[in-house]
Design a protein around this ligand. Structure first.
Ligand SMILES: [Zn+2]
Length: 439
């Protein structure tokens, strides 16, 4: 039990001892009650849950005791009540592989910091409360990252940053970049070990080995973009800490499964990233989806709809190849999940045409189509995601953690569409404005 949870329990015991019956913690600023709570740990849902919040954190979580009128007790307290009867409460979604600020350009009227913050507000409106940005983060993103973890409610998704993606022809060149990123305050080191379907040269094992070693000396975990199973194996042998994309060249074998299980390294499928490589050859169906179109960057819709761009995608060998890669990735996800590998939710959203917030919901649908259960998918985006990015303060609705959660009008375990039925999103115990996305 956390210290805060213990104090809450002692307070309750003391209240009971005095003959008082108040359920409400005197410190509570807000009490959410009546919801069916799925807490992100894999435990079964708790009916009629009472979640008390103060200072952006969860004070306590309990089922309403039999015979207690919670609404009346909340009304008699100094806390604000939120009656969630008939609703569902889950932790906010954590995107273990996203990006922020990548589509900003100097031609835009908005400044880079405002742009990044706007993107993080959009993520939040879709229920994504933390984004692990794996590369391309500008200087302002570090300040935004710091603000997002302060105790005051940030009003947008929390952020972690990998700074510049590390590249280099030699170990010296690459480790110098690792050091520069560490100096700037990066949370992760990100590398790409990929030849882009044979079009470019690949970072060599000598270089990524040196990068991983130096990053670990500096206390930083390494996230690896990869495509091929052989590279995944070499990267895991060298000590990589996160597989940032699916293995997409072949069916995963027992050797890779064994490595992932032994190391405990999390595997991020990013299936929707694959979709983005070919889907804009035509006008995608989801441009008729009001869930996206009511909260979308119109300039991106126009950019991906440009006729010349469509045609080049239709004629693109890479687009055809990635369509096949999606099938392989989908199959591998199911196989790895069944084998007990920890899956971490991620989309690679942020670049042009990978719509932040919406692509996370597309990813949930694709993961479901792969055969994962809703519980497995939600675990990958909550409790397991938090562990994969080494944060013990988010991902679960439990005492001591940050009060980041989503209120839904439908049972999230019933299917992907229920996770879209967002009534409200709360980060640090404060409601995100315009977060009612129920269609
Ligand atoms: Zn990425």
């Amino acid at each position: 039990m956390t210290r805060m949870g213990l104090l809450t329990s002692l307070t309750l015991l003391a209240a009971a001892g005095c003959g008082e019956r108040s359920l409400v913690d005197p410190a509570a600023e807000r009490v959410f009650y009546g919801a069916s709570l799925w807490d992100g740990s894999g435990a079964p849902a708790m009916e009629n849950a009472v979640v008390q919040v103060a200072g952006g954190r969860i004070l306590s979580v309990m089922a309403a005791p039999e015979g207690v009128d919670v609404a009346a007790e909340v009304a008699a307290s100094t806390a604000e009540g939120a009656d969630l009867s008939g609703h569902y409460l889950i932790p906010g979604l954590i995107n273990v592989h996203g990006h922020a600020g990548g589509t900003w350009s100097e031609a835009l009227e908005v400044s880079y910091p405002d742009y990044v913050e706007g993107e993080l507000r959009r993520y939040a409106r879709f229920g994504v409360t933390t984004v692990n940005s794996l590369g391309g983060d500008g200087d302002a993103s570090f300040r935004i990252r710091n603000d997002s973890w302060s105790e005051s409610a940030p009003g947008r998704a929390r952020l972690l940053v990998a700074a510049a993606v590390v590249v280099g022809e030699s170990p010296e060149e690459a480790t110098a970049m690792v050091e520069a990123n560490a100096e700037r305050g990066a949370d992760w080191i990100k590398i790409r070990v990929d030849d882009n379907l044979g079009a470019t040269s690949k970072m060599t094992p000598e270089v990524f080995g040196a990068v991983i070693e130096r990053a670990h000396e500096l206390g930083l975990p390494v996230a690896a973009h990869l495509f091929y199973q052989d590279d995944a194996k070499a990267l895991l042998t060298a000590g990589a800490d996160l597989v940032a994309h699916s293995v997409r060249d072949r069916e995963v074998d027992s050797e890779l499964i064994g490595q992932l299980r032994e190391t405990g390294v999390c595997y991020v499928p990013t299936l929707s990233r694959e979709v983005s490589t070919f889907v804009y050859g035509e006008r995608p169906d989801f441009f008729d989806d009001t869930f996206l179109m009511s909260d979308v960057d119109e300039t991106q819709v126009l950019a991906v709809s440009e006729p010349g761009r469509r045609e080049s995608i239709r004629n693109s060998r890479a687009a055809r190849a990635y369509r096949i890669s999606l099938d392989i990735a989908t199959h591998n996800l199911k196989r790895l999940s069944e084998a007990g590998v920890t899956i971490a939710f991620g989309t690679d959203s942020g670049p042009l045409g990978r719509f932040q917030g919406y692509f996370e919901h597309m990813e949930i649908g694709l993961m479901r189509e792969s055969g994962l259960s809703m519980e497995e998918i939600l675990l990958s985006a909550t409790g397991n995601a938090a562990a994969c990015i080494r944060r013990d303060d988010i991902g679960l609705i439990e005492a001591g953690r940050r009060a980041d959660f989503i209120v839904l009008s439908q049972d999230p375990l019933s299917g992907p569409e229920a996770v879209r039925a967002i009534e409200s999103v709360w980060i640090g115990g404060t409601r995100i404005e315009d977060s009612d996305k129920t269609p």
